[in-house]
Design a protein around this ligand. Structure first.
Ligand code: PMP
Length: 407
């Protein structure tokens, strides 16, 4: 392998010791290195107590582990302060927090919400809900057949009455990168805020929220080598400070009387109830793992693997890749169709050959309808994949039409 491309440390991932199949479904959830699994177990074995509540050493240590995880996330995405990092359950709940707390509070029937047609349902349904409850107009920004957004489309959609723009940095169907700089600067020029869905970008591309100037960014730990059940909402401090709490209850208050409550400062105002401290500690271990390997090294390896898979898949007769002609605009995601074969059959045949991929609408039905595709198969790669796994995938895809009775 070229000297710029690192070899993956497969031995760091216990699942590969027992999984015979090639795992090409990391856009759904990534595999976890041992240090992440150990960190979650360590929390329960050594620190277990309710954080943020007790004044005894065990609880203080649990609190410290939880807040250290917040600091790690803050640094990883280049936020200004840990106060801008709110832990949630996943990206979906982070986006819903903004929809309920910012959207319902700030939007009116005079306002426009712009959502890209390429959104995962998690960054679309919350805005449909806000539009229907507030009377705000909901406008879909359409992409071209390669998943690209033109300047004209951005200009058509982002008008002076636009108050909020919701956009995924990377599509979970096409892997295409949205022109975030253009969209964010167009939104800011009319005073709108931007909710960036980073579920498919933060795990794969170096993120710096300050240079991006995103107002909100949501992502999930489980897609970035971390545990399930932990998500992150980044928000600019000024915005988060002005927003009312989403959920109310324990631990998000300064004081309570029978008449009402004074809410806690950021970020705890948004973290009602017992938090997932073990999960946060495991997310910190995942971030340490990224730091150890180097996200630039991971990016380079993922680009290499994407090109390898893209070139191989493009060469198979009857196969059509959805999205860009350029492998660089796929971020490890290759959605495809095979002439005459339903994507569920594709995934079953691949499964019988020991290859795990996803098939269906990928929680992005409006995008598939816009692209004129009913469903697709999707292979998605991460730094730990190997060319041998991709070879197995390509060999299986090459045989599909023959096995389905086509010549
Ligand atoms: N947005 C995108 C682009 C996604 O790919 C996903 C997960 N498939 C989500 C949001 C939702 O993530 P989660 O299920 O972890 O909340």
């Amino acid at each position: 392998m070229s000297e710029n491309i690192i070899d993956p440390r497969r031995e760091d991932f216990p699942i590969f010791e027992c999984l015979g199949a090639a795992y090409l479904d990391s856009a759904a959830t990534s595999q976890k290195p041992r240090c992440v699994i150990d960190a979650e177990r360590d929390f329960y074995e050594k620190l277990n107590s309710n954080p943020l509540r007790g004044f005894y050493p065990l609880s203080l240590a649990a609190t410290e582990a939880y807040e250290n995880a917040r600091k790690a996330v803050c640094r990883f995405i280049g936020a200004q302060s840990p106060k801008e990092i709110v832990f949630t359950n996943n990206a979906t709940s982070a986006i819903n927090l903004v929809a309920y707390s910012y959207g319902l509070e700030n939007l009116t029937p005079c306002d426009r919400i712009v959502v890209s047609i390429a959104e995962h349902h998690s960054n679309m349904l919350p805005w449909q809900m806000v539009a229907s409850k507030t009377g705000a107009e909901l406008v879909y920004m359409k992409c071209g057949e390669h998943g690209e957004f033109s300047d004209e489309e951005i200009e058509r959609c982002i008008t002076p009455n636009t108050k909020l723009v919701a956009i995924a940095a990377v599509s979970n169907v096409t892997g295409a990168h949205a022109p975030l700089e253009k969209i964010i600067s167009a939104a800011h020029s009319v005073g709108a805020v931007v909710m960036v869905d980073g579920a498919q970008s933060v795990p794969h591309l170096k993120t710096d929220v300050q240079s991006l100037d995103a107002d909100f960014l949501a992502f999930s730990a489980h897609k970035m080598l971390g545990p399930m059940g932990v998500g992150v909402l980044y928000g600019k401090r000024r915005l988060l400070e002005e927003m009312p709490p989403f959920l109310t209850g324990g631990e998000m208050i300064e004081s309570v009387t029978v008449k009402g409550a004074v809410y806690a400062e950021l970020p705890h105002k948004f973290e009602a109830g017992t938090v997932n401290a073990a999960g946060a500690a495991a997310l910190k271990a995942a971030i340490d793992y990224y730091d150890g390997v180097g996200i630039d090294n991971m990016e380079r390896r993922e680009l290499f693997l994407t090109k390898y898979a893209f070139d191989g898949l493009s060469a198979i007769p009857g196969v059509h890749i959805i999205g860009s002609d350029d492998h660089k605009n796929h971020t490890g995601i290759l959605s495809f169709t095979v002439d005459g074969v339903h994507p569920h059959d594709i995934s079953e045949i691949l499964s019988s050959d020991g290859v795990c991929i996803r098939a269906g609408h990928h929680c992005a039905q409006p995008l598939l309808a816009h692209l004129g595709v009913h469903a697709s198969a999707r292979a998605s790669l991460m730094y730990y994949n190997t060319t041998q796994e991709i070879d197995r995938f390509l060999e299986s895809v090459s045989s599909i039409r023959r096995r389905m009775g086509y010549r």
